[in-house]
Write a protein that binds this ligand. Structure first.
Ligand code: 13P
Ligand code: SF4
Length: 298
């Protein structure tokens, strides 16, 4: 199946991108795996005519925003993001109208029409630098309240928080982390900034998925408790073969990230189906926010 997909991808001049949470067989098939920031950079730079995005809907939209002349395929159009669904453009418009003028920093885990109303995007890898890059001391950060609170704690800026969250990360409790620490007293605890503030406070390292991968591969320590979606364990074990990895909680799985199968990728390439295309009237303002982030080169 994998060689059939690869041959067809070559024929179609397609690149296959996969997020670090995708099922192992999808990550092993992909031309490139990464976190949201790396994947959006790759989507902006590739020479391929077709981008097969193995991730969730907002990621394919970001690729379409950056590469309007390419065909962007999401092999399962129903792979959404529960956090991205916690904000709409209409609700954001009302929130903006209720506040004094201030920049809107929007996590890439959001729909294109929400990005279109935003000043700049950020990812979990660069939120602190994005917030610090703005001259203003006060801003609205959407849609992830946990990421916003993390940015506020790191920058000292006044951040208005949108009340969204990622259920997969919200499930991780202090009790889970305490139990994992007790079971593995020598392990380093890594948390994703989508986790609740009390979990982030307990962490030795706070990083995006690729930041976690790099840390575990380079660290001198041998044992790690991983506070993010379970899919990360596959690339992490590949990047750090001899090291011991323990999930902070086995509940941390995102069903949307597990929807795409090899059969779906093959079908999508055969039929060129599952296209995600952002209409120009939304793409242009959304591009402003995504490009502002990419231009920071962080
Ligand atoms: P990153 O890979 O950018 O850390 O994103 C985490 C995530 O939740 C993606 O859906
Ligand atoms: Fe959305 Fe969370 Fe799933 Fe990422 S892990 S796609 S933020 S629900």
């Amino acid at each position: 199946m994998q060689s059939k997909i690869k041959a067809l991808a070559k024929e179609r001049n397609a690149i296959i991108l996969a997020h670090n949470y995708q099922p192992p067989e999808i990550q092993d098939l992909a031309d490139m795996c990464g976190d949201s920031l790396e994947l959006s950079r790759k989507a902006a730079q590739t020479d391929a005519e077709v981008i097969v995005f193995c991730g969730v809907h907002f990621m394919a939209e970001t690729a379409s925003i950056l590469s309007p002349d390419k065909k962007v395929l999401l092999p399962r159009l129903d792979a959404g993001c529960l956090m991205a669904d916690m904000i709409t453009a209409e609700a954001l418009q009302m929130k903006i109208a209720s506040l004094p003028p201030m920049p809107v920093v929007t996590y890439v885990n959001s729909t294109a029409d929400v990005k279109a109303l935003s000043t700049i995007c950020c990812t979990s890898a660069n939120v602190v630098q994005v917030v610090n890059s703005l001259p203003q001391k006060e801003m609205l950060c959407t849609p992830d309240r946990n990421l916003a609170m993390y940015a506020a704690s790191k920058t000292g800026k006044k951040i208005h928080v949108w009340d969204g969250y990622c259920p997969t990360h919200e499930w991780l409790t202090k009790e889970d982390v305490a139990a994992a620490r007790e079971a593995h007293p020598n392990a380093v605890f890594l948390a994703h900034p989508e986790c609740r503030p009390e979990i982030v406070d307990m962490a030795d390292v706070v990083a995006s998925t690729s930041g976690m991968l790099r840390h575990v591969a380079q660290a001198k320590e041998e044992e790690f408790i991983i506070g993010t979606e379970l899919g990360i364990l596959h690339p992490m074990q590949k990047a750090a073969p001899g090291k011991k990895l323990y999930p902070a909680s086995k509940k941390m799985t995102c069903n949307n990230m597990k929807k795409i199968s090899l059969e779906d990728v093959l079908k999508s390439l055969e039929e060129m189906s599952g296209e995600v295309k952002v209409p120009e009237e939304i793409r242009i303002p959304a591009l402003g926010a995504v490009q502002a982030m990419i231009n920071l080169k962080i």
